[in-house]
Write a protein that binds this ligand. Structure first.
Ligand SMILES: Cc1ncc(C[n+]2csc(CCOP(=O)(O)OP(=O)(O)O)c2C)c(N)n1
Length: 287
């Protein structure tokens, strides 16, 4: 059971808060990744606040589901959700990327409560998720294993070995969400090295495939409901998203992959998200 079990409306409100957190912590840090965290926000919020079986007060609870962020660079969304769920105080978000903070740019499993893998080197998370999913089957444990991947990340060959493994071993306790924002660090994915046709590729490896608008909460909920109902094969949700979603001047622009907004840009972004830097940073520092 998820401890929050939010409704669609509550998830939309929570996703807005997460976007405000992301902008505020990046302005404060003066470095970090903006575009990917904003494209992942809606489906990641739904996982943390409705589907994932977890206990924020007991991060290592043995009966938990596992959620692996294979794209380690999206820490702003990962840390925001951990803090909003109660793994650590909200005020920690204002230490993001600072010296001696436990919230570094790429996550460290031993430093930060709720982080399941140290990541940043792309192409490794799904292999780890496969190991946990296979191990859970051997143990006859009913847990689910989720893995968030990037479309640029899928250019890593190691991803496809893991996809083949999961398909071969019928890991029906494994669910992947691909953040298909069609942008990566150097530009547009189709121009750099195309990963399309994605659905056909996953199907060829014996996966069940769903394609959705990954920034539409109703479609996200329908996809996760289907994922939890479904048994016999692993399932991938190909989530078509927009890099920088929610901030007009960031949307669809690869240049926002790895840079933070300046204070001025942050104010503009936060205004679009219905708050200000002063208001939101005060909320975080008080939490
Ligand atoms: C093995 C490896 N190669 C290269 C990089 C550098 N790198 C960091 S993010 C990134 C692009 C990832 O693209 P995508 O998965 O689409 O993430 P998004 O741009 O949507 O955040 C690259 C190449 C890395 N972190 N790891």
């Amino acid at each position: 059971m998820n401890p929050f079990n939010y409704s669609a409306e509550q998830l939309q409100a929570a996703a807005l808060d997460v976007r405000r957190d992301i902008i505020t912590m990046l302005v404060e840090a003066k470095s970090g990744h903006t575009g990917g965290p904003l494209s992942c926000t809606d489906f990641a919020t739904a996982l943390s606040f409705r589907y994932l079986n977890h206990k924020p007060s007991e991060p290592h609870w043995t009966d938990r589901d596992f959620l692996f962020y294979s794209i380690g660079h999206v820490t702003p969304v990962n840390y925001s959700l951990l803090a909003e769920c109660g793994y650590f105080p909200l005020k920690d978000l204002m230490t993001f990327r600072k010296l001696n903070s436990r919230l570094q740019g790429h996550p460290h499993r031993l430093d930060t409560p709720g982080i399941e893998i140290s990541s940043g080197s792309l192409g490794q998370g799904l292999s780890i998720a496969c190991g946990v999913a296979k191990g859970s089957k051997i143990d006859k444990h009913p847990r689910r294993v989720f893995c968030i991947m990037g479309d640029g990340e899928l250019q890593e060959g190691s991803c496809w070995e893991a996809v083949m493994f999961a398909g071969h071993y019928h890991l029906d306790n494994l669910g992947v969400i691909v953040d298909y924002n069609k942008r990566q660090i150097d530009g547009e994915v189709p121009k750099i090295m195309d990963v399309a046709p994605l659905a056909d590729k996953w199907r060829a490896f014996n996966w069940q495939v769903l394609e959705i608008d990954g920034n539409d909460m109703q479609q996200i909920l329908a996809a996760y409901d289907e994922m939890l109902r479904h048994r016999d094969r692993p399932m991938v949700i190909i989530a078509h998203t927009t890099m920088g979603k929610g901030v007009s001047f960031m949307e669809g622009k690869a240049e926002w992959h790895g840079k933070p907004p300046t204070m001025e840009q942050g104010e503009q972004a936060l205004q679009e998200l219905g708050t200000t830097y002063a208001e939101w940073s005060s909320r975080l520092l008080a939490g």
